[in-house]
Design a protein around this ligand. Structure first.
Ligand SMILES: *Cc1c(COP(=O)(O)O)cnc(C)c1O
Length: 398
């Protein structure tokens, strides 16, 4: 990660097809487009690579998460359980529909803590949103059992774990709906883009209509189409999709590089006492987009993070203090800083966040360092990096 590091002629050629035909939109203009259907082509490639019946390409991963919920009928006043450690898109997507994000603890998988999920279920719960953070997955068997028992939808946000698998199945295909992002810093990029995948035909039809102003996409005269439902515009452009067509073909190449780089660093860090690695649920295989490890305590993690930065070890994150992927930094959510009035239901629904604490999450995120695995490193750079990291950690844990 990220795929933009290895841009080349393949990406340029796909974009040029679109520029040469002049059709920058994914729908219509059949005569003009000279057979180029980039969004459709990418959707088909995604369906066959992940063995899933339907893929709806969209303008962003955030749109994909929102549409996954909307397609399943989640809306006003419904509660959606989500983790305390995730990208802000998770609660943005939920709030956009008038639903209420119920934030719960994570555990040593760095994803949803199963007991906390169970404890959060109420009569208003409609869905569980598992976010496969930093290249690895939530305990999907346990979540599936809970969602089946309580008749909830299970949504997988696999934006940071494309190519990872669980018990032989692609992440994103195990829940009712799955999402990937193709934004600029993801393993596969379109510049901006995302996709919602599902085996449920009705959910797919909903997403197809909702993402394009409710159009039914029947026939070949766009102006004559009917609108079975209200919708918005979350379309991807053909230019963005074209980049993705080239990038997605390279997914296995990218995954192999990630795995190789990850393994070199992990092998070196495994020799250190005081370093443990995130738990990967049994039967899971990471996408190797990140290497995540724990140190003994918060103070050590802070020391190591600071020393990494001072010694040129970039793209390693201590999410407890930095960035905006952890609940500690979500003041705009806790303080409900909306540009426009929020519904009373949402205001009431979010008020628990003013008092709720997340000790279990603090325990894991406080001690976690999460290192992005770059594609463009050479093997000797990775080996050097691994040794520098190891000696910094050794010194900090003396
Ligand atoms: C990147 C990301 C998203 C949103 O993707 P965008 O395409 O940037 O909107 C959602 N969830 C997670 C976990 C992400 O990392």
């Amino acid at each position: 990660m990220p795929g933009f590091e290895l841009f080349g002629d393949a990406e340029r050629n796909e974009v040029n097809d679109v520029l040469n035909s002049g059709v920058l939109m994914r729908y219509g203009f059949d005569g003009m487009r000279q057979g180029h259907w980039k969004a459709k082509t990418l959707e088909q490639a995604i369906q066959s690579r992940f063995e899933v019946n339907h893929a709806q390409l969209l303008s962003s991963g955030t749109a994909a998460v929102s549409l996954a919920l909307a397609s399943a009928g989640v809306g006003a006043g419904d509660e959606v359980i989500m983790p305390s450690f995730t990208f802000v898109a998770s609660f943005e997507a939920i709030l956009m529909l008038g639903a209420i994000p119920v934030v719960v603890d994570i555990d040593d998988t760095l994803t949803l803590d199963i007991d906390s999920v169970k404890a959060a279920i109420s009569p208003k719960t409609k869905a569980i949103m598992a976010v496969h953070m930093c290249g690895s997955m939530a305990d999907l068997d346990a979540l599936k059992h809970i969602s089946d028992t309580h008749n909830l939808f299970l949504i997988e946000d696999a934006c940071q774990a494309i190519g990872g698998t669980y018990k032989g199945k692609a992440l994103g295909t195990i829940g009712d709906l799955g999402c990937f992002s193709f934004d600029f810093v993801k393993t596969v990029t379109c510049g901006e883009g995302g996709v919602m995948i599902t085996n449920n035909e009705q959910f797919y039809t909903h997403s197809d209509q909702f993402s394009d102003h409710g159009h039914d996409h029947q026939g070949s005269d766009r102006g004559a189409e009917t609108h079975p439902v209200l919708g918005y515009n979350f379309r991807i452009s053909e230019l963005n999709a074209a980049v993705g067509v080239a990038q997605f073909k390279r997914l296995d190449e990218f995954l192999a590089i990630q795995k190789n780089h990850y393994t070199i660093i992990r092998t070196e860090l495994s020799k250190l006492k005081g370093v443990t690695f995130r738990t990967v649920p049994e039967g899971g295989e990471e996408s190797y987009a990140f290497l995540n490890f724990f140190l003994d305590d918060l103070e050590t993690a802070r020391k190591v993070s600071t020393a990494f930065k001072a010694n040129g070890i970039d793209v390693c994150f201590h999410y407890f203090d930095n960035n905006w992927h952890y609940i500690r930094k979500w003041d705009h959510l806790k303080e409900q800083k909306s540009l426009f009035p929020l519904s009373q239901e949402i205001k009431n629904g979010l008020s628990y966040l003013k008092a709720k604490t997340f000790e279990k999450s603090d325990h894991y995120i406080g001690r976690n360092i999460s290192c992005l695995i770059k594609l463009s490193w050479t093997e000797s750079e990775v080996k050097q990096r691994a040794q520098t990291m190891a000696s910094i950690i050794r010194e900090a844990t003396l």
